[in-house]
Design a protein around this ligand. Structure first.
Ligand code: BTN
Length: 324
């Protein structure tokens, strides 16, 4: 059951410019006015900034930087993404919770976030390190009305969203390494794991898992991956607000997704290729049958890698080992 405290925050968070009187709060919550006052004092202790005016009432001026369903909702400028938010301090993996919720019918746009994941997972069943309070560990439930074979386009779209957010809000320059790793100075700072439940011609749901290293110091990054992995903090020498980054990602994602549904994939492809790592350069490719050098020329509509061979022929590759 929702706690009185959460109900109180919800009421105050509805409109940040409106004061709500102690009388109204006490009636809505079914508690005395002195209990309302005590709740306010406790919220202040937890980092909420609350203004109380004698003839107007109370309003929240700012939320603490800590993550919670309420603090994420506050100031989030989206219309459908994040309409339902689940936050866990610690969980094995937000992907697992998102699958459960999706199967139970949670709506399009539900997001699951954690401060820490104890068994975070990446692509190809790799482990994903998700240390407490240092990054964004988030899964988004989508119910897109597109054909299942188009779902990989959503992964490419997510990569462009992450790249745009980093580009617009930090001093560093992101690149996207095929298929969807976000690099800064050639080291990985974010990854995307897309999982889908679908019938032949209909998607039930897609879960987009986003892992982004934000505030790790070099020492926080496990030694065995230090040569390939980094964080925004290491590369920009600045700490960032995780909550603010979540807002930026969700807002950019909603815009990109809505525009994708109207305008289709070409815009996403153009953006992806703008950030594409080594586009136009020679890369070394190993497939099951072959090993060869070719020019990385971009991505296809279905997310495949397009390479131009020596004889000028363009080849589409879905799985290959690539030496960058
Ligand atoms: C990759 O690059 O291999 C993808 C990494 C995806 C990690 C995120 S963190 C949130 C969500 N929960 C998980 O267990 N994995 C994804």
């Amino acid at each position: 059951m929702e706690s009185t405290r959460n109900k109180l925050i919800d009421l105050l968070a509805k409109d940040k410019d409106t004061y709500i009187s102690g009388q109204m709060l006490s009636e809505h919550l079914g508690i005395s006015r002195s209990a309302v006052w005590k709740h306010m004092k406790n919220l202040e202790k937890d980092g909420y900034q609350i203004e109380g005016k004698s003839n107007k009432g109370y309003r929240i001026i700012s939320f603490p930087d800590k993550l919670s369903e309420n603090t994420i909702k506050w100031g989030l400028n989206t219309s459908w993404l994040g309409s339902k938010i689940i936050h866990k301090e610690s969980t094995p993996s937000t992907q697992v919770i998102a699958h459960q919720l999706a199967q139970e019918g949670s709506p399009h746009g539900t997001i699951v976030l954690a401060d820490e994941q104890t068994s975070g997972r990446g692509r190809l069943n790799r482990e994903w390190f998700s240390s407490k309070g240092k990054g964004i560990w988030m899964s988004i439930i989508l119910r897109p009305e597109i054909l299942p074979y188009l779902a990989p386009q959503l992964t490419l779209l997510t990569a462009t969203v992450l790249a745009e957010v980093v580009q617009k809000n930090t001093t560093v320059t992101p690149m996207i390494k095929w298929p969807n790793d976000i690099l800064i100075n050639k080291k990985k700072t974010a990854g995307i794991l897309t999982e889908m439940q679908a019938e032949q011609d209909q998607i039930q749901y897609v879960i987009i898992g986003i892992g982004m290293n934000i505030n790790q110091t070099k020492e926080d990054i496990p030694i065995e991956i230090q040569s390939k992995a980094t964080s925004l903090r290491v590369e920009s020498s600045e700490k960032h607000s995780i909550k603010q980054f979540i807002h930026l990602i969700l807002e950019e994602f909603e815009k990109a997704y809505d525009s994708y549904l109207i305008n289709g994939f070409p815009e996403v492809k153009k953006k992806w290729e703008r950030y594409g790592f080594k586009i136009g350069e020679s890369i070394s490719i190993t497939t099951l049958r072959d090993q060869f050098q070719a020019i990385f020329s971009g991505i296809a509509e279905d997310g495949a890698l397009l390479v131009k061979q020596k004889d000028g022929e363009i080849k589409k590759l879905y799985s290959a080992e690539i030496e960058w």
